[in-house]
Design a protein around this ligand. Sequence first.
Ligand SMILES: C[S@@+](CC[C@H](N)C(=O)[O-])C[C@H]1O[C@@H](n2cnc3c(N)ncnc32)[C@H](O)[C@@H]1O
Length: 236
Amino acid sequence: MKKVLSVNFVKLSSKPKFARTIRSFVRRSGRITEAQKHAWEKHWVPYGIESGAEILDLSVLFENKNQRFVLEIGFGNGENLIDCAKNDPHSNFAGIEVYHSGIGQCLIDANKYSLKNLRLFCDDAVDVLNKQIANESFDMINIFFPDPWPKKRHHKRRLITKDFISLIESKLKPNAIVHICTDWDDYAFNIKTLFNSMEEFKSLEKLPRRLQTKFEKKGLALGHSIHEFAFQLLRY
Ligand SMILES: C[S@@+](CC[C@H](N)C(=O)[O-])C[C@H]1O[C@@H](n2cnc3c(N)ncnc32)[C@H](O)[C@@H]1O
């Protein structure tokens, strides 16, 4: 389904921070609508970025020469990502997702609003960050409602672990922010404990603006509480 997109590459040595063998997702072959399929065919180019093993130069990937880069990991249908890209045309937004129908929906909306400041990856975020993203790239990384894997025996599949936080830390610019939400109490506790144990991060009281997402609405309908955190990287 993906088409080849040619982009310029910069070669920077970047050793993989950690290789993850247990994935944080199951590839859902699930329902994809005709409109989403069509969006893949018509709009993956120019929005999509192919998987690869070379570090990308983000300043070449985006037409907008402003050097503010925001990443959303696991953007689902992309409602927040699209809203951010629409409302902040001077910043550049990248999204990573593995869910084909979600990416298709995001492509529909990106085309609808003729967004010029958005690029999408269809791959495991761990691989994209390890292989394609230079260190100190992002001003902000958003992770909203990562899969909760609620059964204890599945906790090892949770995306946010100490190793994953070290990986995203390496991709943040000095003073950049990580914004995270979950509606699972024990996952929230783990996330908070992990960040608080790392002296590189400071917890912020003021949360960045975001849109309510599909999984947030699902969580609220189940009576769950929403836990939301912003952590700033203290590296000068
Ligand atoms: C529970 S959904 C939340 C979607 C959206 N953020 C929302 O709040 O509605 C989690 C999403 O993360 C994606 N995901 C999980 N692990 C991922 C990974 N390693 N790389 C990229 N996407 C991932 C899943 O495909 C799924 O769409």
